[in-house]
Design a binder for this molecule. Structure first.
Ligand code: EPU
Length: 417
């Protein structure tokens, strides 16, 4: 199993480009199922989750041109196999995103139930409830969601809980339904707007994406289009935290400062100097960081996908901070690993109390999920001595060429078997 070996102590300095957003690219690729014509998607990041999604779409009958490049053309002229098998869903929960499009276009879908995952239970009841309100008949049998609908119809759906992929699934399904669908208490994440822009370019009629009420007028069919995936705000934030923690000075290109307001506020509070232009962010950190309290919540509040990285920053900051995770029940697993590096963290329920110490010690640690892995990389970059991170396949699911980008910024990092 591959590992990363990091020699801590080098401040990050230099310039890199940010990749397309994983969590925007995944639903956009699924949107190809909604039309017989070709959807061309640009700025697709080279990640394991993207490869898994493309294989799944291929299995369903989608023809994919240049699946290993950043520009992918998908053509789902005929859908032959309306199944997302357990083997794929268990490695990538985002496979649930094929449910809405398949049902809307082909009238049937068989999707393995995702089950729990490392960071929490993550049920999909809101996806199912919404599709039922749109007329789908859904049965759970042998661990699979079996859904049928001759034609979905519009409905008013009020989410009990804010869900990102739930909002995306129902938004995609509603594009081909008869009549009007109104999604209330919808997620407002920028990735939802990116998907809505793509769907509207394909001929859908969606209004309000980016707010908590989204209105979709169904249309008889969608057509081909070209779409460029938005920059990855979590990759951007991860590099900004790494630069802050190492007292670095970095320029990030091909990104968007407006996607990161809550994260930039916290970095400024920690002491970083930040300036930005249309598609770049510059961060410079001259002093020891100050501790910052964090409470995760749906967008536009502080993202759960940045919580672990700020935990590492707080480990070496001046003062004591509280980080409260409100989205997932079990997303503090990095704490145990950070403690192996001598961090001073106490966990009480869904909160972690972090007392900053002058320096972390390099150690052998294990990545437990994608963002936890990112926090260990940041900890390794600031620690004294060598840090070895096992199970880095988690990182490869969500960070394109992370060691290449960190090396370009002066980090001492290498991959080993
Ligand atoms: N939830 C339910 N029922 C549902 C759906 C969700 O109870 O039907 C709960 C979840 O268990 C969780 C909360 O609602 O407690 C929010 O979950 P959400 O559905 O918003 O998460 P998701 O759509 O499965 C996406 C991202 C995650 C990100 C979350 C929160 C994708 C592919 N994944 O997941 O990204 O953490 O939104 O912002 O978009 C990551 O990239 O590392 C990652 C985990």
């Amino acid at each position: 199993m591959q590992k990363l070996i990091i020699e801590g102590g080098s401040p990050l300095r230099g310039e890199i480009s940010i990749s397309g957003a994983k969590n925007a690219a995944l639903p956009v690729l699924c949107a190809a199922l909604l039309t017989k014509e070709t959807l061309t998607v640009k700025n697709v990041p080279a990640l394991h989750d993207i490869t898994t999604m493309l294989s799944l779409l291929q299995q369903m009958g989608t023809t994919i041109a240049s699946p290993y490049s950043s520009e992918v053309s998908l053509s789902a002229a005929t859908l032959t196999h309306l199944v997302a098998p357990y083997e794929m869903v268990k490695t990538m929960r985002a496979a649930i995103l094929v449910l809405g499009p398949l049902l809307a276009r082909a009238g049937e879908a068989n999707i393995s139930l995702p089950g729990g995952c490392a960071i929490g239970l993550r049920p999909v009841d809101q996806h199912i409830k919404g599709l039922q309100a749109m007329g789908a008949e859904i049965q759970i049998k042998h661990g699979y969601i079996h859904a049928v609908a001759s034609r979905l119809h519009g409905a008013r759906i009020i989410f009990d809980i804010v869900t990102v992929t739930g909002t995306e699934n129902l938004m995609m399904a509603a594009t081909l339904a008869t009549g009007t669908t109104i999604l209330e208490n919808a997620a407002r994440e920028p990735e939802i707007m990116d998907l809505a822009n793509c769907l509207n370019a394909m001929g859908a009629n969606i209004q309000g994406a980016g707010t908590d009420i989204i209105t979709i007028e169904g249309v008889p069919s969608l057509h081909g289009a070209e779409h460029t995936v938005m920059p990855d705000r979590i990759e951007t934030g991860t590099f900004l935290v790494a630069a802050t923690a190492t007292k670095g000075d970095i320029y990030l290109r091909e990104t968007d400062v407006h996607l990161l307001d809550a994260v930039l506020d916290k970095l400024t509070e920690a002491g970083a100097a930040i300036d930005s232009g249309k598609d770049w962010i510059h961060l410079s950190m001259q002093k020891k960081p100050k501790s910052v309290n964090i409470r995760t919540a749906p967008y536009p509040a502080f993202p759960t996908d940045m919580q672990a990285q700020f935990m590492s920053l707080n480990c070496i900051a001046d003062g004591t901070a509280i980080i409260t995770e409100t989205i997932f029940e079990n997303r503090l697993m990095h704490v145990q690993e950070l403690k192996r590096m001598n961090a001073n963290i106490e966990v009480e329920g869904n909160a972690a109390i972090i007392s900053g110490i002058p320096q972390l010690d390099g150690a052998h640690v294990m990545a437990t999920d994608l963002r936890a892995s990112a926090s260990l990389v940041i900890a390794g970059l600031v620690a004294q001595g060598e840090t070895i991170i096992d199970r880095i396949y988690h990182l490869d699911r969500g960070y394109e060429n992370i060691e290449g980008k960190l090396t370009a910024l002066g980090a001492q990092i290498k991959r080993a078997q």
